[in-house]
Ligand binder design. Structure first.
Ligand code: NAD
Ligand code: UDX
Length: 483
């Protein structure tokens, strides 16, 4: 039986390996991690991440050909193919701080592979890494002097959270980059054979190593750029009376543009877009491409502007202060159908409102109170380190935060309500009931365009919805200031 080991049992390692185990019963898959609680959760009834369809797949394969373990060295040494899917956070200090990828975890995984390997291995970059990382990894691995040879492949992951299992089952493409040598080509074929168990051959693309590494950063940059572009339009729509949903529909009908990924929002979040663009910016700068770096930097700047613009709308609409006012926040996850809060726009929006001393009452169907309090106390970029499982000192402003069990409790006696995640249940709320229990005037600030603006205005709410024609109440108020 071929044996695969994946280092890193996170949002990528867990679901990806579960799908390989499901589709390849002839392969034994071990997912290993240094985090004891995470592995314990993978082996329990309540998995450490919420992802539609994941439970079923894990339950079907666990203990059959899918294993979760903290015995990292044992499983690595036994495997023929080792995936590395560890964190690659943004550096918080030193050279390139705030932009460059911190490869500490990758390097330590590579050193461990070199140390424990007694047989030849294919080492697969599953984490998103800077272009040319494979070269550095090769140098680390080649220091193993036990006559063991390694082939490095780049196999970036394109799954999106919330739809990870569907994305893994029917990927638009699987990308495999390898060395253009006989041994490199043989390794590419070996990995291709794994995916060929269920992915049609014409969807498995093979390239050189650097193209594969760069394609991952490029794909995320293009996707995020689309959101910043429509969000930039949303500000102009509000100033002119155009409706961003109508504009998105009209431009999306052009088959060269396409209709997907054009939803204006309070800003993109998630563990990938900002981190990967900043990484791309740094790589451009290191290659002397300053204008190109500045071009991509704008995608992140517009995203920051969008979040700050939203906070400003809330504060300026509510008589220029939210101090001491209860504001309900519906949705904290970075998108619907996930409990993930990494880089969620809700963190910046909540911190902006807390800066003005608002009293927040937050509800999200999948995010725990503990997670919300941690997120609102954490320094920028600190979330992407395994130490996030360690205790953390909560900041004082968290005392102004209450976490509610549902949307009705959160909105009771609130002056305003902000929708920050597009959970389906927020479309179906009884807004009449919510209006009755709120302070008046009652405000809705919809950062995801899920509410029916016409209906809400009929009920009596003053409504702001991203990129929609402004409520008369807001027309003469200041629109935005930059961060
Ligand atoms: P994650 O934080 O959920 O998981 C990473 C895991 O690696 C953690 O559980 C951590 O404990 C473990 N780890 C770190 N160092 C280790 C070591 N030396 N040995 C064993 N385990 C170790 O992260 P993630 O979201 O799964 O992302 C992993 C990588 O995949 C990142 O590079 C990310 O950019 C990339 N990626 C993420 C997504 C996504 O949607 N989350 C999508 C595509 C690519
Ligand atoms: C992204 C990429 O899509 C995926 O290919 C990559 O592997 C990891 O990063 P993810 O971050 O999980 O996936 O979710 P995605 O659906 O891309 O959404 C990212 C953010 O953009 C979310 O906050 C989402 O709400 C926001 N978004 C998305 C919009 O604001 N508007 C849109 O039209 C689409």
């Amino acid at each position: 039986m071929v044996k695969i080991c994946c280092i890193g049992a996170g949002y990528v390692g867990g679901p990806t390996m579960a799908m390989i185990a499901l589709k390849c019963p002839d392969i034994e898959v071990a997912v290993v991690d240094i985090s004891v609680p995470r592995i314990a959760a993978w082996n329990s009834e309540v998995l450490p991440i919420f992802e539609p369809g994941l439970d079923e797949v894990v339950k079907a394969c666990r203990s059959r050909n899918l294993f979760f373990s903290t015995d990292v060295e044992k499983h690595v040494s036994e495997a023929g193919i080792v995936f590395v899917s560890v964190n690659t956070p943004t550096k918080t200090r030193g050279l390139g701080a705030g932009k460059a990828a911190d490869l500490t975890y990758w390097e330590s995984a590579a050193r461990m592979i070199a140390d424990v390997s007694k047989s030849d291995k294919i080492v697969v970059e599953k984490s998103t890494v800077p272009v040319k990382t494979a070269e550095a990894i090769e140098k680390i691995l080649s220091h193993n002097n036990k006559g063991v040879s390694f082939q490095i492949l780049s196999n970036p992951e394109f799954l999106a959270e919330g739809t990870a299992m569907e994305d893994l089952k029917s990927p638009d493409r699987v990308l495999i980059g390898g060395r253009e040598t006989p041994a490199g080509r043989k390794a590419v074929q070996a990995l291709k054979a794994v995916y060929a168990h269920w992915v049609p051959e014409d969807r498995i693309l093979t390239t050189n190593l650097w193209s594969a590494e760069l394609s991952k950063l490029a794909a995320n940059a293009f996707l995020a750029q689309r959101i910043s572009s429509i969000n930039a339009m949303s500000a102009l729509c509000e100033s002119t009376g155009a409706d961003v949903a109508e504009v998105a529909y009209a431009i999306g009908k052009d088959s060269r543009i396409g209709s997907r990924f054009l939803n204006a929002s309070v800003g993109f979040g998630g563990s990938c877009f900002q981190k990967d663009i900043l990484n791309l910016v740094y790589i451009c700068e290191c290659n002397g491409l300053i204008d190109i770096a500045n071009y991509w930097k704008q995608v992140v700047q517009i995203n920051d502007y969008q979040k700050s613009r939203f906070v400003q709308r809330v504060v300026s609409s509510m008589f220029n202060t939210v101090s001491g006012k209860k504001i309900a926040v519906l949705g904290f996850a970075f998108k619907k159908d996930t409990g993930d809060t990494r880089e969620t726009p809700a963190i910046d929006v909540c911190n902006g409102l807390l800066g003005d001393k608002a009293l927040l009452s937050i509800y999200d169907p999948q995010v725990t109170e503990q997670q919300i309090r941690r997120d609102l106390s954490m320094n920028k970029f600190d979330w992407d380190h395994p130490q996030h499982l360690q205790p953390l000192n909560l900041s004082d402003s968290v005392n102004l935060v209450q976490v509610s069990k549902d949307a009705y409790e959160a909105t009771k006696n609130a002056h305003g309500l902000c929708i920050l995640t597009e959970w389906d249940e927020f479309r179906k709320l009884d807004y009449q009931k919510i209006y009755q229990q709120m302070q008046k005037p009652a405000f809705v600030f919809d950062g995801r365009n899920v509410a029916n603006v016409v209906e809400l205005r009929k009920i009596g709410f003053i409504v702001y919805s991203i990129g929609k024609p402004l409520d008369p109440w807001m027309r003469d108020l200041p629109a935005a200031s930059s961060f």
